[in-house]
Design a protein around this ligand. Structure first.
Ligand code: AVI
Length: 322
């Protein structure tokens, strides 16, 4: 984990262990059992996700970077000067860099990220590359209302940047709720710049979540490693398998951890029985048509003003306004 430069203050609202234990208890009481995908992202989980992005099957990152390389000039011109750029998720990577390089006189960069280590690493890297851009990191869960730090200079526009198609990790109701929060946080003149993965050949989508090197499998199982370490559960790693299937009706990858035998798992003083082949839901990765996504945005009171694509039209970056 990197140390922050002296002039950057971390606003730390990381959830307590007791909250995580409560989330796990509630998830295992549900039928079918489920755990939220945000639990993937401890330090190791964030590293594994970075590794997934480099797998040949995981087309999303390559397509989004190609899109940004081709269109950042146009995107930055659409956002305009004196923007306060609020990113949901930590963005040390190429996409954030491209944006910060092209934005005219940005007022501040505000990454909001639940993984403290990923946040600190990204700010340490970006503050070296962009010493002229004030950085105001917030360690928090962006699915809850945020109090954004006050910028030292007043922005012309707040733009919420949400790349990577992370919106697809939320069911429609929650995705709408998050976009409603964004709408409130960006204010009247604000906008949302969001990465949205598109519907395509199901075989291509399914391969992206079942890479040959097994990194996604390790990423999924790491959730259990993390819970065993952080909240004292006793998941037996050798008795759970990663399964990721595309559900064409719902238009989404459904990732589950499947119990390979009958077993009991202890969470605090509660015992949860798993049957053989019982699947616990851990992630959805929704894929959209342009119409699907425009309708979702509309439900949140947002309108799609621009859409950019990569050359193969696998992925889109969309600009939403009130
Ligand atoms: C972060 N999110 C958009 C990724 C996705 O594609 O749903 C997380 C991921 N899960 C497995 N592979 C990648």
């Amino acid at each position: 984990m990197s140390a922050l430069p002296n002039d950057i203050r971390l606003d730390d609202r990381h959830p307590a262990v007791a909250d995580t234990l409560d989330v796990v208890r509630r998830g295992l009481r549900a039928k079918p059992k489920r755990l939220p995908s945000r639990l993937f992202y401890d330090e190791r989980g964030s590293q594994l996700f970075e590794a997934i992005c480099e797998q040949p099957e995981y087309y999303l990152t390559r397509a989004e970077i190609a899109l940004m390389r081709e269109h950042t000039g146009d995107i930055a011109a659409t956002l305009g000067p004196d923007v306060r750029l609020v990113e949901y998720g930590s963005g040390s990577g190429i996409k954030t860099r491209l944006l910060l390089e092209h934005l005219a006189t940005p007022v501040a960069y505000v990454p909001v990220e639940i993984s403290r280590s990923a946040l600190l690493d990204s700010v340490a890297t970006l503050s070296t590359a962009f010493p002229q851009v004030p950085m105001q990191p917030v360690c928090a869960d962006f699915t809850q209302p945020l109090r954004l730090p006050v910028a030292t200079r007043s922005p012309r526009r707040t733009v919420i940047y949400f790349p990577g198609s992370t919106i697809g990790n939320f069911v429609a109701r929650d995705a709408v709720a998050i976009m409603q929060l964004m709408r409130a946080e960006m204010g009247d003149n604000g906008a949302v710049l969001i990465g949205v993965d598109l519907k395509k050949d199901p075989a291509l989508i399914e391969a992206a979540y079942n890479d040959a090197a097994g990194i996604t499998r390790e990423f999924t199982l790491n959730m259990l490693v993390r819970l065993n370490r952080e909240v004292g559960t006793d998941f037996d790693l050798s008795a759970f398998a990663h399964r990721a299937h595309y559900n064409p009706m719902a238009g989404r990858i459904e990732t589950t951890l499947v119990s390979t035998r009958q077993q009991d798992v202890h969470v605090g003083n509660e015992v949860f029985a798993f049957g053989e082949d019982e699947a616990m839901q851990v992630e959805y990765s929704c894929k959209y048509s342009l119409e699907d996504f425009a309708e979702l945005a509309h439900k949140a009171g947002l309108r799609v003003e621009h859409v950019w694509f990569d050359a193969e039209k696998q992925f889109s970056v969309q600009y939403l306004v009130r």
